[in-house]
Design a protein around this ligand. Sequence first.
Ligand SMILES: Nc1ncnc2c1ncn2[C@@H]1O[C@H](COP(=O)(O)OP(=O)(O)O)[C@@H](O)[C@H]1O
Ligand SMILES: [Mg+2]
Length: 425
Amino acid sequence: MITQRRSSDQAIRILILSKESQFIDQFYRIAGEDPSLFITCHTARLNEVVSLAYQRRSGIILVDFRVTDQLTALVGKLREALPDKVIIVAIPITDVEKARQALLAGANGFVNMPLEANETAKIIKQTYSVEQKRLQKIVGEANRQDDRRGQVIVVFSAKGGAGTTTLAVNMAVSLQVYERQHVLLMEGSSLPGDLRTFLNLKPTQTLAGLVQKHQTDNLSAILGAVQLHASKLQVLLNTEDFDESAVFVRELLQMIDTARGEFDAVVVDAGSLADPHSGSLLEYADVLLLVTEPTLPSLHRTAQFLLAANRNHFNVGKVQLILNKVGARGSIDIDSITNTLQMDFAGVIDFDDRLANNATNNGVPFVLGEKNSRITRQVRYIAHLIAAQNQSPPAPPANAEVNRLLGRLNQLFSRKETIPMTGVA
Ligand SMILES: Nc1ncnc2c1ncn2[C@@H]1O[C@H](COP(=O)(O)OP(=O)(O)O)[C@@H](O)[C@H]1O
Ligand SMILES: [Mg+2]
């Protein structure tokens, strides 16, 4: 049994995915010789790799090709689930085709088998360094200094059906039309989205198409794929075809990062937290609009998200809570939520199923079709708030403030019987 020395903070942290003890030992030996490499753990269980990678803060997933019969599928799945990790595959030196397939599926590099200690360590370090620089460029704060960098507003919910797409669409149109911004609206979830229905658009080009043509960092190609809505809002849709190759989150981030130089704001419909894209989008966003319904399941999930986010040192300050469907039958009334919890919402939107359904059925956002309605005024208010922040970014709320809110949310779920319900039959 080989004992691993203690990790240094600077070391590259490697998770080994293999069932071959000889291979695993060899790697512990290579890392033992090189203080810049650290093995965080090894496993042969495919279904625990993702959680282990995050738990052990591994930067590299090293995949032994023998761990599965379907290497390409495995690499593809890891790529999607671990967008910010470097994937390196160990493959026999003679099997060029396998290496090519692994790279196409999203691996960042490969090491040749049989392993040669110096060469293997060198390749791992090189691949990691190149990939880190690229990731920092896409996700990092450090490179946000270009002259014009539109605000990236990600709309999402902790639970589907809360009104994420409704808010994203009406927000984007409001920013474009009423706040006179130059706005791009994009689909951000991994599955085909609903923007085409909400806006009555027929895409000629899609996000998936840009990925297939390897043009995710080509500004003119991206602008060429944009659809112009009657409101002058520009829209990038995803494919309608569930079978068409998926957009990986790093490609999505690259497209957003490339496009934002051209716009005042990029609004992304990220769907619900269940979507595998949501984690990276949340990290990347400047503003997060978290849509909640006044129902216990929705409030509960929202609170769980905020608690988890806070525990994991996520910047909760950029989250703005929006309460949608206020006054829907059977929901918890807003006074109870605000009085009991003193929960602060950046905006509220009433329940109005007639207007909401009409808008989707006709493909005309209600902020355009029902200009004088109450829900239009409410969404425009939120848009105005966000636009104002675009001019002068707000100081993030003090930690104490966030903790108070989280404390109150926590209480809601331990004492939920104290909350008066309305409309319960
Ligand atoms: N304020 C509202 N009042 C009434 N119905 C709404 C409201 N907002 C959204 N809806 C309806 O709720 C359903 C889900 O909305 P949608 O925006 O598709 O949610 P999500 O994108 O979060 O799944 C749709 O039928 C929509 O018309
Ligand atoms: Mg949606």
